[in-house]
Design a protein around this ligand. Structure first.
Ligand code: 6GU
Length: 248
């Protein structure tokens, strides 16, 4: 997969060179391009913002640098991937579609993502309209809170998608078994020592009875989800889900 990120703070994306994703980039499983929006300005002040038409607080990002930056990224990517390939543009915005594990899984199947990081009060909407003349454009939010800019959200999206790419995680079972992939939170987990500060690991986990362990994890998973994220149960109680489990 190719991923391009456009930002006025390209250094903000440096963490993508570290850890799991950094290794995927170094090994070429993830081809990462980070682009400075200000490189596509032409005035001495390298202006990227202006006051909103119609008034209101704050500044908006002006279209011309975005148009040039996205044209440049698109040309560079097509030169690499082939002229028939188009990117999927993700515009990072608190007003976007909510990012979740299902979206991460969908995005991990795409050949090329371009992430546009807005600052200030966001990007002039014509940038999205113009880009949509060529390819898909999706405004994306990582949650119901407001960040100062899209960069931290872009880190989240690239990490969540990148770890799903073939060969990025060592153990692909950990992708299948993890929190959210089946709509429930994971059960609590323990490692050695079996007793620590007077706290013992639940006996079932050291019993060697794999069926009992699986049942215990399922119960704990339901209990934890009901307590922490009842919204994930879609109105069904943990007890109802348990009964359903027994029935099937
Ligand atoms: Cl993608 N951008 C900003 N600025 N704030 C956010 C967000 C994105 N997602 C949640 N809050």
């Amino acid at each position: 997969m190719r991923v391009d990120v456009v930002s006025v703070f390209p250094d903000y994306l440096e963490p993508l060179r570290l850890s799991l994703i950094g290794r995927a980039v170094a090994r070429g499983r993830l081809r990462l391009g980070v682009h400075d929006l200000r490189a596509f300005t032409h005035d001495v002040h390298r202006t990227v913002d202006d006051a909103p038409f119609g008034g209101g607080a704050g500044m908006l990002m002006t279209p011309p640098p975005w148009g040039e930056a996205l044209d440049h990224v698109r040309a560079e990517g097509r030169a690499q991937l082939g002229e028939h390939v188009e990117p999927h543009l993700l515009v990072m915005s608190p007003a976007g579609v909510r990012f979740d594990q299902a979206m991460a899984e969908d995005l991990a199947r795409e050949p090329w993502l371009v992430l546009a990081c807005g600052r200030y009060e966001g990007i002039d909407d014509r940038v999205l309209t113009d880009a949509a003349r060529h390819h898909r454009v999706t405004p994306v939010s990582i949650g119901d809170y407001v960040l100062a800019g899209g960069e931290a959200a872009a880190l989240v999206v690239v990490e969540a998608v990148g770890r799903l790419l073939p060969g990025v995680l060592g153990n692909s079972a950990s992708v299948v078994e993890e929190s959210h992939s089946e709509g429930l939170l994971e059960a609590p987990a323990y490692t050695r020592p079996a007793s620590w500060r007077g706290l013992d690991v639940p006996d079932v986990l050291t019993s060697g009875d794999h069926a009992r362990v699986a049942r215990w994890r399922r119960d704990e998973s339901l209990r934890r989800t009901a307590a922490r994220r009842p919204d994930l149960l879609g109105g069904r109680s943990a007890a109802d889900l348990d009964r359903h489990d027994l029935a099937v």
